[in-house]
Design a protein around this ligand. Structure first.
Ligand code: UD1
Ligand code: PEP
Length: 433
């Protein structure tokens, strides 16, 4: 049993160096399996999803070795395309292993994607893409099989903009025969990062970052050393934390352009933002303004920052409105915030957040990775102690989150142990919490 205890905190001050992007690293790490030589990735975040992938690699015959944030992958001895369904269903992006291994192994058997559950996260566009490239897809109860003797380039139009399917089809097509044109593609920085890695390995991918990507298949990919982009979502979470109790936070090692929509919305609330090279500084003020946010695919405001931003808006003057357009049901954090006394109403994919309601510490559960950060932030403005369980979700996406927040002055502690947990709940209940 692991949990966090967060208490009302003062202003947060200091700087944080941002680690590599989880969502990029998930794709790039999988893509190393396409190579016929050793690939070294730098700036890999030390988070749970990466550890699971390395375990899967081991079982497939690929070796991986960590040295600080450097991960060296040797994919030269992969001998199977059968992937443990328990492991592949423990995180979302396991479907990249299909794109990365299909040409080499011809048949992949794998569990359905896990990860954060927002009621509906279909993979129909991945399946459509594999089929267009010549693969047969068989859906079983807990696993699916994708098989192809030969992958042949094709034109694929995505019915909706999806970063996952865009990246998966890039991986599936790089070793296919001939030309693949992906249309209506996602423009996320992670897509560009993947294209850059693939091209460094010898692939021919053109147009990443626009709505059309053209891939000319090559015969083989070679080894290389590549550095993953910084995590814009971790950076955004820290920047918005100054909106809770004031303070000045600088995030270093970021690409400010990747945070444009977040910066725009922080500025609208009245938070001051200063950019200098690869650093961004946020300064929190007393009177934050209520604002409207509509999430969308990049370069629009990311759904992954919607949850932490909700906690910031709990501290704004007036009623804010968030409309979630990517995952209209991504509101499990609100149930937990209500338990803490928040005044939030949701209707048809929109949340109406009344700022300045008094929050009280409570026992709450992180139901997904960003909900976890949202609850940590809410705990910093609540009276009393907020106990957060479900840390496995937070650990999927944030490295050293407790010590980083502590270094900024936050009142947050990590605890472990079933007996201690029960005792702690008793103590708090005696105190009337
Ligand atoms: C590991 C990873 O990178 N996760 C991110 C990725 O998830 P993921 O790659 O799963 O999300 P997508 O970009 O694919 O999803 C975007 C939209 O497309 C829809 N869709 C997607 C695929 C499909 O086959 N059919 C379909 O309808 C989804 O329901 C969603 O509404 O992008 C999401 C949207 O920015 C982020 O919240 C996740 O943090
Ligand atoms: C939804 C997320 O992750 P995943 O797609 O890996 O579940 C996230 O990072 O916010």
């Amino acid at each position: 049993m692991k949990w966090l205890e967060v208490n009302k905190s003062g202003p947060l001050n200091g700087s944080v160096s941002i680690t590599g992007s989880k969502n990029s690293a998930l794709a790039l790490l999988s893509a190393t399996l396409l190579s016929d030589e050793v690939v070294t990735l730098n700036q890999i975040p030390n988070i749970e999803d990466m550890r699971v992938i390395c375990e899967i690699f081991n079982e497939l015959g690929a070796t991986s070795s960590w040295e600080d944030d450097k991960l060296v992958i040797d994919p030269t001895n992969i001998y199977t395309g059968v992937i443990d369904p328990m492991k592949s269903s423990s995180y979302r992006a396991s479907y990249y292993l299909v794109g990365a291994l299909l040409q080499k192994m011809k048949k992949i058997r794998i569990g359905y994607p896990g990860g954060d559950n927002f009621l509906s996260r279909p993979i129909d566009q991945h399946i459509k893409g594999w089929q267009a490239l010549g693969a047969k897809v068989t859906l079983l109860e807990n696993e699916y099989i994708v098989e192809a003797d030969r992958l042949v380039g094709a034109d694929i139009y995505f019915d909706t903009i999806t970063s996952g399917a865009t990246m998966n089809m890039m991986m599936t097509a790089v070793l296919a025969d001939g030309k693949t044109t992906l249309k209506n593609t996602a423009k996320d920085p992670e897509v560009v990062d993947l294209a850059n890695l693939l091209n460094t390995m010898g692939a021919n991918v053109i147009g990443a970052g626009t709505s059309q990507i053209i891939i000319h298949g090559v015969k083989e990919l070679s080894g290389c050393t590549y550095r993953v982009i910084p995590d814009r979502l971790v950076a955004g979470s820290f920047l918005m934390s100054v909106g809770l109790n004031g303070g000045t936070i600088t995030v270093n090692n970021v690409i400010p352009e990747h945070l444009r929509s977040c910066i725009a919305k922080l500025t609208e609330t009245g938070i001051e933002i200063y950019e200098e090279g690869s650093s961004i500084t946020a300064i929190g003020g007393e009177n934050l303004k209520a604002i409207r946010i509509r999430t969308g695919m990049y370069p629009q405001f990311p759904t992954d920052l919607q949850q932490p931003f909700t906690s910031l808006l709990l501290n704004a003057n007036g009623r804010s409105i968030i409309t979630e357009k990517v995952y209209p049901h991504r509101y499990s954090h609100i149930q937990q915030l209500l338990q803490m006394g928040a005044n939030i109403k949701t209707r048809q994919g929109t949340a109406f957040i009344q700022g300045k309601s008094k929050l009280s510490g409570s026992l709450v559960k992180a139901t997904d990775v960003r909900a976890g950060i949202c609850l940590i932030m809410a705990g910093m403005i609540a009276e009393g102690t907020t106990i957060i369980t479900g840390l496995n979700h937070i650990e999927r996406g944030y490295e050293n989150i407790v010590s980083l927040y502590q270094s900024l002055g936050a009142n947050i502690e990590f605890y472990e142990g079933k007996y201690l947990f029960d005792k702690r709940l008793e103590q708090l209940s005696d105190l009337g919490q």
